[in-house]
Design a protein around this ligand. Structure first.
Ligand code: MGD
Ligand code: MGD
Ligand code: SF4
Ligand code: MO
Length: 885
């Protein structure tokens, strides 16, 4: 019988509720959960495509040791013995765990307990260091605890929403849709976007401030000074609930307007307009994300923002507050269990002896870490110089996502013992594992996650884990038991772990710590099964309610007051004569990080199918870079990457944007973090991933290519390649430094059977070659080669893999590389939910559609997740403006 299971999306921190419907034949369909308070039924493109990412292609199915299959027992014994031996020979700080904000709270809790309470080291850090560390540090400095005061509803209750360093339209799409819907209903709600790039998010902005990289501290210091001048501060809130205002104000006021203009690069008019809007609007929310956190000034940026909210008393009231948008589905849960090297558990402090003693007694542990451990960047440096000899990496892909990624790769490769737990067997990191442990993935595992608004929701399984894959908490607990801590790790289910975590949160708390979910300390399996999403805190005996913090003070510093923080750090200079451009990095709409899941979906891969560098038209012209040419970027790390040029005026001058997603699995030379030096924020340890000096030059290949192929290519040998999933196979972008025997190349690489028929065309003078291989009536591969980047309709060509070529004449149409008369070429995909391409939208506009709504009615495009609406709007504008000219 078909059945439905309520669970939570495994991607971003919005934490949308999902209903997975499992048909009798095992097929899974996904829809938004109308009852979940994060999304009320909405899903974005990635959430909607979850069903397309559940296949077994590339899954890790059984444990391996040195690449050979092993039993779980043998693999776990080896891990436990090696960790125990290393600890007894070299001390507890010679081992480390590197974890992830994508682990479930229960996984994370067990790992943290094992490392801090039983191994006795705090060398446990996570990719949240690359993501949320500056927010955590900023919250702790200001509030005395890592507390997000408000909730999502506040964005809808506000009259002003300021988005700083957040591309919410693409990265928190459902929250963005909630904001956009409210703004459409209530145009008085103003939106300001502060981002060097004009992103899809800017589409709904009343004001876009194209700030100079790292100009944010100067801007918010300027705002603080302005708020005082304009009489917009809340003196009674400042007096009753804060300290440090006078010094902070005088430091902020010492910045001249000329310095402000210089640091931000913004026109004076725009700065004044923003300041006036903020001063005049009581109900204002400032959301921030990686443009703030991932900076060598990240913590100061966070505090400069919080200062302005404290000064106006706009904290924790409906429609007010600073709001850190968390990236990963369980970034918050990881913080709650103390998964970072400088935290303990349940928001207790490793540096505080009372906290240490309390946690040790609760765990009945033999020893507890006495000092903070190594933060991510330091941890991999310690791996590199041999201080760490055994490393367990779980649910993250640092060979791609860490700064100085080639150094991280070399460090892992040289480490004497590396365990990797992943769902996929061939990630760039998993390839370096001595022991690879297959993890149960989303839809197979069970536990809880906490979203950006402190709401805890269940992830529930709806299918069996394939092969021998097992949950991460089980792997950790088994190793804990085998290391001699049988009693402390005798868990038989995630429900037990959750109840222990809840009871630790309430243990000797009495309101002294913000994180308290004591109401769940006695939860049994059945309660856990039935758990509905709730926000913390929820103390024992209390019922769940929508909560906010700090409207009436009650901060977690000893005196109960918040701190104003002097943020006077100047923006660093990263561009140098040799590296004159600023490299900015981040995300695209339809891919998730290192793409190990989203790259499985042809729909998600169609939006942006290869790695690219966005560059302003004037910069492109001065460098002699044509749109779609290849471009080479180098930096002081000595590494280089090779990606496609995307010329766009959305980019500001002097700055290049490259997405973080492409890996060694999906492209030849596009791991952007190889270019990023390990510069970190001195307080949070978070790397500066958005501000790197690079040099940029055109790369002229001898020949360019595009291929579609039914089989996954093997042994790819090309100067440039980028691989993306298509509906019935793969699409491949190519470039070569020399001419090849194209037929042999295609046969060797594209999995063409010997028996295949070939239709071909080649012209040595122009360098144009087109080859198509047919197996019976089906296309098995086609290769298009030219001296310039190949002009072939990509989506149309990929769709031909499903075509019927029994009429042999149709084979020549394929060689021509374009649709025959009467056939529609959808063009590049804009709406991935409904696979609607740019040509279809353009045709609809020519036929009279003038609004995104009309396009939606005609083509359905933009009517599901809505995150392509900004692009649709732009297409309409471009065409109507052209028509008007
Ligand atoms: N589609 C998609 N969504 C995701 C993810 C994904 O991989 N794909 N990942 C999730 C995760 S883990 C995270 S952390 C979030 C990240 O979500 P976001 O932080 O919204 O995304 P990013 O693209 O990393 O960066 C945001 C913006 O910061 C801007 N920026 C760069 N430098 C500066 C600066 O100095 N000042 C200011 N004000 N802005 C600057 C960039 O131009 C960029 O547009 O997304 C989450 N959601
Ligand atoms: N240049 C640059 N670098 C960045 C960023 C940036 O903006 N710019 N952003 C940074 C940020 S904010 C983040 S969050 C990181 C993200 O970077 P990563 O964490 O390295 O990226 P993911 O691809 O999410 O890696 C998750 C891994 O876990 C595996 N996995 C999935 N589900 C499970 C599971 O249930 N169990 C286990 N054990 N494994 C599983 C996946 O296959 C994948 O290999 O990147 C950081 N790096
Ligand atoms: S906004 Fe999209 S990616 Fe984020 S939780 Fe919701 S459906 Fe998942
Ligand atoms: Mo993140």
């Amino acid at each position: 019988m078909a059945h439905e299971v309520k669970t939570t999306c495994p991607y971003c921190g919005v934490g949308c509720g999902v209903i997975a419907k499992v048909e009798e034949n095992g097929a899974v369909s996904i829809k938004g959960d109308p009852d979940h308070p994060a999304n009320y039924g909405r899903l974005c493109s990635k959430g909607s495509a979850l069903g397309e990412t559940l296949d077994l292609d590339g899954r890790a199915l059984y444990p391996t040791v040195d690449g050979k299959r092993q039993s779980w027992d043998a693999a776990l014994d080896l891990v436990a013995e090696t960790f125990s031996r290393t600890i007894s020979e070299q001390g507890p700080d010679s081992v480390a765990f590197y974890l992830s904000g994508q682990l479930l709270t229960e996984d994370y809790y067990v790992a943290n307990k094992l490392m801090k309470g039983f191994i006795g080291s705090a060398n446990i850090d996570t990719n949240s260091r690359l993501c949320m560390a500056s927010s955590v540090a900023g919250h702790k400095r200001a509030f005395g605890a890592d507390t997000v005061p408000g909730n999502y509803r506040d964005l809808e209750l506000a009259d002003l929403v300021v988005l700083v360093g957040s591309n919410m339209g693409w990265c928190h799409p459902v929250l963005y849709q909630r904001l956009a819907a409210e703004k459409a209903k209530r145009p008085g709600l103003k939106v300001v976007v502060i981002d060097p790039r004009r992103t899809a998010t800017s589409d709904i902005a009343d004001l876009h401030l194209s700030i100079r990289p790292d100009g944010d501290v100067a801007l918010f210091n300027g705002l603080l000074a302005h708020l005082v001048e304009a009489g917009a501060i809340d003196q009674s809130y400042i007096a009753a609930h804060t300290t440090g205002f006078a010094e902070t104000f005088s430091a902020a006021a010492s910045q001249s307007f000329a310095d402000l203009l210089d640091a931000t690069g913004l026109p004076a008019m725009q700065i004044r307009q923003f300041f006036q809007m903020f001063a005049a609007t009581e109900r204002s929310v400032t959301c921030y994300s990686q443009g703030v956190n991932q900076s060598s000034l990240g913590t100061d940026k966070v505090n400069a923002i919080i200062n302005c909210h404290l000064a106006t008393g706009r904290v924790g009231k409906p429609g007010c507050g600073p709001f850190s948008l968390t990236g990963q589905p369980n970034a918050m849960g990881g913080r709650e269990v103390g998964g970072l090297a400088n935290m303990l558990a349940a928001h207790m402090e490793i540096a505080n002896p009372d906290d240490r003693d309390r946690v040790r007694r609760f765990w009945a542990s033999p020893s507890i870490a006495e000092k903070p451990g190594l933060k991510a960047v330091e941890m991999f440096q310690a791996v590199a110089d041999g201080r760490i000899k055994a490393l367990w990496i779980m649910s993250t892909n640092p060979v791609v996502s860490m700064p100085d990624a080639d150094a991280v790769k070399a460090a892992i490769a040289a480490c004497p013992f590396v365990v990797v737990s992943d769902i996929q067997a061939d990630t760039d990191t998993a390839q370096l594992a001595h022991v690879l442990l297959p993890a149960a993935g989303w839809g197979e595992k069970s536990g809880t996650v906490t979203n950006s608004e402190r709401r805890i929701s269940r992830q529930r399984p709806f299918k069996l884990a394939p092969g021998e894959a097992r949950p991460d908490w089980w792997q950790m607990a088994e190793v804990g038991r085998r290391m001699g801590f049988a009693e402390a790790f005798a868990y038989s289910s995630p429900a037990e772990i959750f109840a222990e975590h809840a009871s630790l949160s309430a243990f000797e708390n009495h309101g002294s710590r913000d994180f308290d979910i004591g109401a769940y300390a006695t939860a049994r399996e059945a309660d856990y099964e039935a758990l509905i999403p709730f926000q913390w805190p929820q103390q024992a005996g209390e019922t769940a309610s929508e909560s906010r913090f700090f409207a009436n003070g009650g901060f977690y510093h000893a005196d109960g007051k918040a701190r104003f923080i002097v943020c006077d750090t100047a923006a660093p200079e990263r561009v140098k004569a040799d590296f004159p451009f600023t490299l900015n990095t981040g995300r695209v709409r339809d891919h998730w990080h290192t793409m190990t899941r989203t790259a499985k979906s042809a729909r998600l891969s169609a939006h942006l199918a290869e790695p690219f560098a966005e560059i302003h038209p004037l910069d492109a012209a001065s460098l002699g870079l044509a749109d779609a040419a290849l471009v080479e970027l180098t930096s002081e790390t000595g590494a280089r990457i090779l990606v496609r040029t995307l010329v766009t005026a959305r980019q500001s001058r002097g700055s290049i944007f490259v997405p973080m997603h492409w890996t060694g699995e999906t492209a030849s030379l596009a791991r952007v973090d190889t270019l990023v030096p390990s510069v970190t924020d001195p307080i949070s340890g978070q790397p500066a991933l958005k501000h790197v000096g690079v040099s940029v030059k055109p790369y002229n290949a001898h020949a360019y290519g595009f291929a579609v192929t039914a089989q996954k290519p093997i042994g790819l040998d090309a100067t440039y390649w980028a691989l993306a999933k298509a509906d019935n196979g793969w699409r491949l972008e190519l470039a070569f430094d020399s001419a090849e025997d194209w037929e042999s190349w295609a046969r060797a690489t594209l999995g063409v059977p010997d028996s295949a028929d070939m239709v071909g065309y080649g012209d040595a003078t122009t360098g144009d070659h087109r080859l198509a291989f047919f197996d019976g009536d089906r296309l098995c591969a086609a290769l298009f080669i030219a001296r310039q980047p190949v002009a072939v309709s990509r989506n149309w060509a990929a769709a031909q893999l499903a075509g019927d070529f029994s009429d042999r004449r149709s084979r020549y149409g394929l060689i021509a590389g374009r649709p025959s008369a009467g056939e529609v070429d959808p063009g590049a995909i804009v709406c991935s939910c409904f696979s609607v391409g740019i040509n279809q939208i353009a045709n609809a506009v020519t036929d009279g559609c003038r609004t995104t709504e009309e396009i939606g009615q005609c083509l359905s495009a933009g009517t599901n997740c809505g995150s392509c609406r900004a692009e649709i709007r732009r297409i309409i504008d471009d065409i109507t403006i052209l028509a008007a000219e």
